[in-house]
Design a protein around this ligand. Structure first.
Ligand SMILES: *Cc1c(COP(=O)(O)O)cnc(C)c1O
Length: 389
């Protein structure tokens, strides 16, 4: 076993060697621009991009022409939310989202609020699930778009997308979902779930950083968006700029691998995650599991340690790469806005550790991490009780 151990797969993932293998020729011999229509260099690149488009589409039950390649989920979220708002402003000026979303969604919503949109933040239950009654009540004839993430990046909670899709469409609202953490980890079906727009991030699913995709529904009346980047009209005019061919080829391959391995891999990860959870609960009293265990990504565990100074704990287990899951700006730890939105006590919101498991996580690594965390927490508690005495 090699140290340090990586358990921060929600932040980013390594590129799978099988993904890198298919990418490499597109940096060197197959370097053509897919927009070059007059020679073989261009045709080779264009063929590879179209193959990747099919691979991405297949993972979410979309069709290839519904996939727009972007630089990642932040860009996809911006393009989806702002693009719809600008294009269909005459249909309504109301956006619904929730407080546990990623900042790329929350700040896109804020941007629209500055431009005169009304934004409603629907309630979330203490287990992280969206309050469907509140969503139903919030939907009006003016609601243009609802943006609800498929899986949360801190606590791994999955939202009931099919039910949300049904509620939105009953009221004529569009549904966008940030699926950066969900794609390739859990089954997603844009048709069955009635999703109109879906954001994908390459680097959360073993493809490289700087590539992603946005699914834009074309079934029925095709959706149109006002682009953020104007230029030569690439990607059906929705996202200009020369395509990142190696990244796109990698994203396609990553989607194919996830699709093929998902059933077995999600069982393996859930078993390892449960082993970690059981071990922590058996070894330590007074800890708090954040978010629903039932509606959850197989690779996520979020645990709070009330009474423990989190930076000290993370320092004590520095050979395991973990995240607090909370924004840590200017070195000053801030409470997790996601946990705050769940209405948990301050002591819980201030002390989360996020365990993000992934494709290369082994049982040996989980057992090592478990031992280190239990030992460190016991030691820190011992120290603080000595101080108190
Ligand atoms: C990582 C992440 C993003 C941002 O994706 P980038 O590709 O890094 O821009 C957005 N939403 C969620 C839920 C994420 O986990």
């Amino acid at each position: 076993m090699k140290l340090p151990i990586y358990l921060d797969y929600h932040a980013t993932t390594p590129v799978d060697p099988r993904v890198l293998d298919v990418m490499l020729p597109f940096f060197t011999e197959n370097f053509g621009n897919p927009a070059s229509r007059n020679h073989k260099f261009g045709w080779t690149a264009a063929t590879a991009v179209e193959n990747a488009r099919k691979q991405v589409a297949k993972l979410i039950n979309a069709s290839a022409k519904e996939i727009v390649f972007t630089s990642g989920a932040s860009e996809s979220n911006n393009l989806a939310i702002k693009g719809v708002a600008q294009r269909y402003r005459d249909r309504g000026n109301h956006l619904i989202t929730m407080a546990t979303e990623h900042k790329a969604v929350l700040n896109s919503a804020k941007h629209l609020a500055q431009q005169g949109f009304t934004v409603t933040y629907v309630r979330v239950h203490p287990d992280g699930l969206v309050d469907l009654d509140d969503l139903k009540a919030a939907l009006t004839d003016k609601t243009l778009i609802v943006s609800i993430m498929a899986a949360n990046n801190e606590i791994g909670v999955l939202q009931p997308m099919a039910e949300i899709g049904r509620l939105c469409h009953e009221r004529g609202a569009l549904l966008h979902t940030d699926a950066a953490q969900a794609t390739g980890k859990i089954p997603l079906d844009v048709v069955a779930m009635q999703i109109d727009l879906l954001s994908i991030a390459g680097h959360k699913m073993y493809a490289p950083k700087g590539v992603g995709a946005l699914y834009v529904r074309r079934r029925g009346t095709p959706l149109d968006l006002v682009p953020i980047i104007d230029g030569g009209g690439h990607e059906g005019g929705l996202r200009s700029g020369t395509l990142n061919v190696p990244g796109i080829v990698g994203l396609g391959k990553a989607c194919e691998i996830c699709r093929q391995e998902m059933p077995e891999e999600s069982r393996r990860l859930a078993a390892l995650r449960d082993r970690l959870k059981e071990g922590l609960l058996a070894g330590l009293e007074g800890i708090h599991i954040n978010g629903s265990l039932e509606h959850r990504l197989p690779n996520n565990l979020s645990v709070s340690f009330p009474g423990i100074d989190l930076p000290t704990l993370m320092g004590a287990v520095s050979d395991v790469a973990l995240s607090s899951g909370s924004a840590c700006s200017s070195g000053k730890p801030e409470p997790s806005y996601v946990l705050q939105a769940l209405g948990v006590p301050e002591e819980v919101a201030n002390t989360p550790l996020r365990f993000g498991l992934g494709r290369y996580t082994t049982e040996e690594e989980i057992d090592y991490c478990l031992g280190r965390v239990v030992e460190a927490v016991k030691q820190l508690r011992g120290m603080s009780s000595t101080e108190a005495a």
